[in-house]
Design a protein around this ligand. Structure first.
Ligand SMILES: *Cc1c(COP(=O)(O)O)cnc(C)c1O
Length: 482
């Protein structure tokens, strides 16, 4: 028996037994957990922000580290008995520093948004609060008079942030007004070129010169192209901004060496934030990487922004980061990018339109207006056929942020299952088949509907069968018998 067979057997029996233990208390949760695995196994998961973490990563989260409070930093906790959490957090941070070549890593944030909040407040602490305290001769905010505190609070709340707009592919936390980032900062946003859909660095630079932001954010959730972070840093330096790069979506491509040189944000950004569960393929969580200059500020993430760290998740981050340091992860990351090329080529060869005309990262943004559909209709019709995607705005979207005109598709999850060029070409074919076979429905009043749709008889079932054939060839957690 090979090592991997032995591991498969261990994994299977561990999960079978864990589910029995769970069922002894609340069987419906054990059932839902089994059902979720069955559903994930039987659908084409193309959601660009999702992946499948390894059993080792998943199992690490199910332990008594969950029971431990450990507010503070490594070796400096506000609770007793944190020696094992110190071990776990040190190992996770060491892997993160080594993997990304970063001087400093903070692995406590519970999610990508938390990582961004830590980064925002670290920048505000570093650039606004600390100099103000120095000027007033105070060690911390508690020593300020009420009047000085009011002045500082006013200043902290009136800083400028420049980020990529949501409809161009940016994230909610990059200054979107309804999000906290758009409320705690005076914000402005940059978009993409309306013709090409591409970032125009001259336009970003002009905006930055005019607006003079304290914080400039680069990074995205739905932009299908690489970013030149050396150029972004140059712009930030020119206007005196701190460059923060949010690589939540593409951290796996950075870790795997696909984004190197000026496309690797870590050496160029003052602060780099990320999730750990997207292309990086770890547990749900976030982390912040920082240049030495910001390390002390980021280290105060708790109590500045966070409460107790999720020690069980930090442990799982350590395991996932260790996996990402293996040579096999570099192969995986390259395949994620190659597969996105295959998916894009599959669409283009069948006459579909892609925002920016293609991709050079892990995602494509399909414009579904040429099929006469909204993103909402396309998303629903695809789901009926077992293809899981999400609708997404496209630049200058005629259907707004709710119905949208795009479908975002990513390759990280199915690449983990082993899909390659031929499979992704087939995925494009199946998607085009569903969308070509679907038309917009009508409202009760007889007008055109943005939500209802009608797919021709038999199309969804046929595509579901074809998808099942692909999925059967590349099973999810193949050794896991459940
Ligand atoms: C997904 C994402 C986040 C948020 O991550 P959560 O873990 O859901 O909080 C932040 N920034 C970007 C760019 C993202 O894509």
């Amino acid at each position: 028996m090979t090592d991997s067979d032995a591991l498969d057997r261990l994994t299977s029996s561990a999960y079978q037994q864990a589910l029995e233990v769970i069922a002894s208390v609340e069987p419906r949760i054990a059932d839902a957990t089994r059902q979720e695995l069955a559903d994930q196994r039987s659908s084409l998961k193309l959601i660009a922000s999702e992946n499948y973490a390894s059993p080792a990563v998943l199992m690490t989260m199910g332990t008594w580290f969950s029971d431990k409070y450990a507010e503070g930093t490594i070796g400096h906790r506000f609770y007793a008995g944190c020696q094992n959490v110190d071990t776990v957090e040190s190992i996770a941070a060491e892997h993160a520093r080594e993997l990304f070549g970063a001087p400093y890593a903070y692995v406590q944030p519970h999610s990508g948004i938390d990582a961004n909040l830590v980064a925002f407040w670290s920048i505000l602490a570093h650039r606004v609060e600390t100099p103000a305290l120095e000027k007033l001769g105070a060690k911390n905010v508690n020593e300020l008079s009420e009047a000085d505190w009011e002045t500082l609070r006013h200043e902290l709340g009136n800083q400028r942030l420049l980020g990529m707009s949501l409809d161009a592919g940016g994230h909610l936390t990059h200054g979107f007004r309804p999000n906290i980032s758009g409320k705690m900062f005076h914000q402005q946003q940059y978009g993409t070129d309306p013709e090409t859909g591409l970032l125009d660095y001259d336009v970003v630079a002009a905006k930055a010169r005019e607006f003079k932001p304290l914080v400039m954010i680069a990074g995205y959730s739905a932009y299908p192209r690489r970013v030149n972070f050396a150029k972004m840093r140059e712009i930030a330096d020119e206007v005196g901004a701190t460059l923060m790069v949010d690589m939540a979506h593409f951290a796996g491509l950075v870790a795997g060496g696909v984004f190197a040189g000026e496309e690797n944000p870590v050496p160029y950004a003052h602060l780099t934030t990320t999730t750990t569960h997207k292309s990086l393929r770890g547990p749900r969580g976030g982390l912040v990487l920082a240049q030495e200059e910001y390390a002390g500020d980021v280290d105060r993430g708790c109590p500045m922004v966070l409460g107790g760290p999720l020690s069980h998740v930090m442990a799982a981050k350590a395991v996932a980061l260790a996996e990402a340091r293996q040579p096999s992860f570099q192969t995986y990351a390259q395949r994620v990018a190659d597969n996105a090329q295959s998916l894009a080529a599959g669409f283009l060869s069948r006459g579909a339109r892609l925002v920016t005309g293609g991709t050079d990262n892990h995602l494509v943004l399909l414009d579904v207006t040429s099929f006469g559909l909204t993103g909402r209709q396309a998303e629903s019709a695809l789901l009926d056929a077992g293809v899981v995607t999400n609708r997404n705005s496209i630049p200058a979207d005629p259907n707004g942020a709710w119905y949208t005109s795009g479908i975002r598709l990513g390759t990280p999850a199915l690449t983990t299952r082993g899909f390659g060029h031929d499979e992704f070409d087939r995925v494009a074919e199946l998607i085009v088949e569903v969308l070509s076979g679907t038309e917009a429905g009508t409202t009760k009043a007889g007008g055109p509907s943005k939500a209802s749709y009608l797919t021709a008889d038999g199309v969804a079932a046929k595509v579901k069968d074809a998808a099942a054939e692909l999925l059967d060839k590349h099973p999810l957690y193949p050794g896991l018998e459940l």
